[in-house]
Write a protein of this length. Structure first.
Lengths: 521, 173
């Protein structure tokens, strides 16, 4: 036992062997950034093809592979690992713990991911091409009519599922067992609360995803007929099992965002968060409701009236706790002494644009209206509004907000503002017109379209290129601040009056923090 | 309150099982609610079919046929519309021809619309889910015997029975 061993290991092996929550958090965030750029490149291919009607650049099958891989990589490779990375960095520091409860499991959950995504990307170069059945992989498209690479896709989903489950168990055990003395549940920072609830959603539904891909595997290779009507199965069963996972999954991708913006809005409004208790309860209600709304993704499969009504009303009910949250954020800002640093700009944009995404969600929740909106660009507009200026903006805000604490230097505020404004303009040019072409009837997942959609599609593509390229400013800003070692030294508090234990330790956060737990009163 | 990671791990294990439990639950749910038009009475024990009295309630039963797409089989009902009434047995058949030069085994999956009236169509003989070998270039007649349930309410004014033919898959190839 060497007691003078306090710093990280030297050399590249540090990253393979590390059990330090800060190292692992960094690796998760780097992986997420890499996935964001790869998935973004695929979005470039999609938007370039759709820039004008007709088939120009890629053949339709490759286009389908791009939409599928874009969705899978953004959901499982960018958004989810980014939130796990933030949880790794922040949860121990916020609850006054020295590390995660299960550090070796933590290392393993991360290192499964590069293999999972490496394998998924390899399918692009296989005979028959990558998965081309959409990120929702509906059977029988993903079974009877799937390319041979579907087996690799299934294995990669299994790996990332195992990784997510282990990560979630780790977060739950850390939060339950390792809080500093005096930190009761109702004193926990909101990011910790939202992640605790997210982790419970993860352990409840990721196994269902594993189950549905296992059934696919058995249908494809072992002669079962779960989803094969010819063998007595039912393709609609696939949609039920998938969306039983899929709907809680979309809250997995947004609940941690709620926590992040709650912290940031409070700091830059220089007021405590309005309605902490109602925030916690609203998060929990959203999580519980998320289990009884899944059929709203499949209103058009042929359901009895009672089911249409039940799932329509239960879906609309989710607007109530979400409305509580938006009210709380706005009220926190009300009469606050606000300043508009980059993290705050992203958070305010989050509140406004996520609300737009929520409202289009309410429109989609109306079952009779959904029969027209179903599978159109309106749906694409809706979920991109909640995932890009929703989940992604909150992650960007979090990185700007906590980066000075992580690396001890301030990012470049001017570049941050440029990044924000170009992203904000780009994201709206990209996704707002999609509402209109969707309502006008343009179906999603098509490489070619009717001529009347040409103008709006050209606008959307220009917006997408602007949005995509402006992310390079972010990459440069991060590189400049961390590896480039530029930027002024950050103070321990970094911002004016931030609340939370993470601001009590020095900047940059030492490799080992809170070796002795702080007292919380 | 301290919790053990092992106990937490039971939740994902149980949920993995729950994912598979959704398969029978889904069938039970369809059976209880009559969704999907999948569940219907076949020569049931209450034998409301054996009654002699011809009911006055006549319902038009439309028969439709779908062969699995991408295959050039011929599949059609003998008659497209049949008037059925309680107490009267109707015999008819579907004809299936396999003009390809390959021996095949087919399986028919029935569906009744509207689903919530499916229980009033009583099938005495049906080729549902049976495996039927069809030689290359051969034809088969698939017999069907139906009647209307005696306790069919007055508002039931139409029924559609549809068969879709699939190439048998699963199991051996």
């Amino acid at each position: 036992m060497s007691h003078d061993h306090h710093g990280p290991d030297k050399g590249i092996l540090r990253w393979f062997y590390t059990t330090n929550h800060k190292d692992i958090g960094t690796m998760y965030l780097v992986l997420a950034l890499g996935s964001l750029l790869i998935g973004g490149t695929m979005a470039f291919v999609i938007r370039a093809e759709l820039f004008e009607p007709g088939l120009q650049l890629v053949d339709p099958n490759f286009f389908n592979q791009m939409t599928t891989m874009h969705g899978l990589i953004m959901v499982f490779g960018a958004i989810m690992p980014a939130f796990v990375g933030l949880a790794n960095w922040l949860v121990p520091m916020m609850i006054g713990a020295p590390d995660m409860a299960l550090p070796r499991i933590n290392n393993w959950s991360f290192w499964l991911l590069p293999f999972a995504f490496g394998m998924l990307l390899c399918t692009l170069f296989m005979d028959g091409g990558a998965p081309n059945f959409g990120w929702t992989f509906y059977a029988p498209l993903s079974t009877d009519y799937a390319p041979p690479s579907v087996t690799f896709f299934i294995f990669s989903v299994h790996l990332m599922g195992i990784s997510s489950i282990m990560g979630a168990v780790n977060v739950i055990v850390t939060i339950f067992n390792m809080r500093a003395p005096g930190m009761t549940f109702m004193k926990m920072p909101l990011f910790v609360w939202t992640w605790l609830i997210t982790a419970f959603l993860l352990i409840a539904v990721m196994p269902v995803l594993a189950g549905v891909v296992t059934m696919m595997l058995m249908d494809i290779h072992f002669g079962t007929s779960f989803f094969n009507a010819g063998g007595g199965g039912d393709p609609v069963l696939f949609q039920h099992v998938f969306w039983f996972f899929g709907h809680p999954e979309v809250y997995i991708m947004i609940l941690p965002a709620f926590g992040i913006v709650s912290h940031i809005i409070s700091t830059f409004s220089r007021k405590p968060l309005f309605g902490y208790t109602s925030m916690v309860l609203a998060t929990a209600s959203i999580a519980i409701l998320s289990f009884i709304v899944w059929v709203h993704h499949m209103f058009t499969v042929g359901l009895p009236l009672a089911a249409e009504l039940f799932f329509m009303y239960s879906t609309m009910l989710i607007a109530v706790p979400t409305g509580v949250k938006v009210f709380n954020w706005v009220t926190t800002m009300f009469r606050g002494s606000m300043t508009f640093e980059t993290p705050m700009l992203f958070s305010i944009a989050f509140v406004v644009l996520f609300t737009i995404g929520g409202l289009s969600g309410l429109m989609l929740a109306i079952a009779p209206a959904d029969f027209q909106y179903h599978d159109t660009y309106f749906v694409v507009a809706h979920f991109h509004y909640v995932l890009v200026p929703g989940a992604l903006f909150s992650i960007l805000a979090a990185v700007y907000y906590w980066l000075p604490k992580w690396c001890g230097r301030m990012y470049n505020e001017t570049l941050g503002k440029w990044h924000f404004w170009l992203s904000f303009i780009g994201v709206n040019i990209t996704f707002f017109p999609m509402h209109f072409i969707g309502l006008a009837g343009m179906p999603r997942r098509i490489p070619d379209y009717a001529l009347q959609f040409a103008d709006f599609n050209a606008i959307v593509s220009v917006g997408a290129f602007l949005f995509g390229l402006s992310q390079l400013i972010f990459v440069y800003n991060i590189w400049r601040t961390t590896l480039g070692k530029k930027g002024e030294q950050a103070t321990d508090k970094v911002w004016e009056q931030p609340t939370g234990l993470e601001w009590q330790i020095p900047s940059p956060a030492p490799y080992h923090s809170f070796q002795t737990p702080p007292k919380v009163d | 309150m301290k919790i053990s990671p092992w106990k937490i791990t039971l939740i994902p294990i149980a949920m993995f099982g729950f994912g598979f439990a959704l398969v029978p639950l889904y069938d039970v749910f369809c059976e209880v609610t009559g969704l999907n038009g999948k569940f219907y009475s076949t020569a049931q024990s209450e034998s409301n079919t054996t009654q002699e009295i011809l009911s006055e309630h006549v319902v038009n039963l439309r028969l439709t046929a779908h062969a699995e797409s991408r295959d050039d089989w011929l599949f059609h009902p003998e008659r497209n519309v049949i008037a059925i009434q309680s107490g009267k047995m109707i015999k008819t058949h579907y004809a299936f021809t396999n003009p390809t030069n390959q021996d095949i085994t087919i399986r028919a999956v029935p569906s009744i619309a509207p689903g919530h009236w499916a229980k009033y169509l009583v099938k005495i003989e049906c080729f549902c889910f049976d495996e039927q070998p069809v030689p290359a270039g051969g034809s088969v007649e698939l017999p069907l015997q139906v009647t209307l349930s005696a306790n069919t309410p007055e508002e039931v004014n139409h029924l559609t029975l549809s068969y879709r033919i699939y190439l048998k898959s699963g199991g051996e190839s």
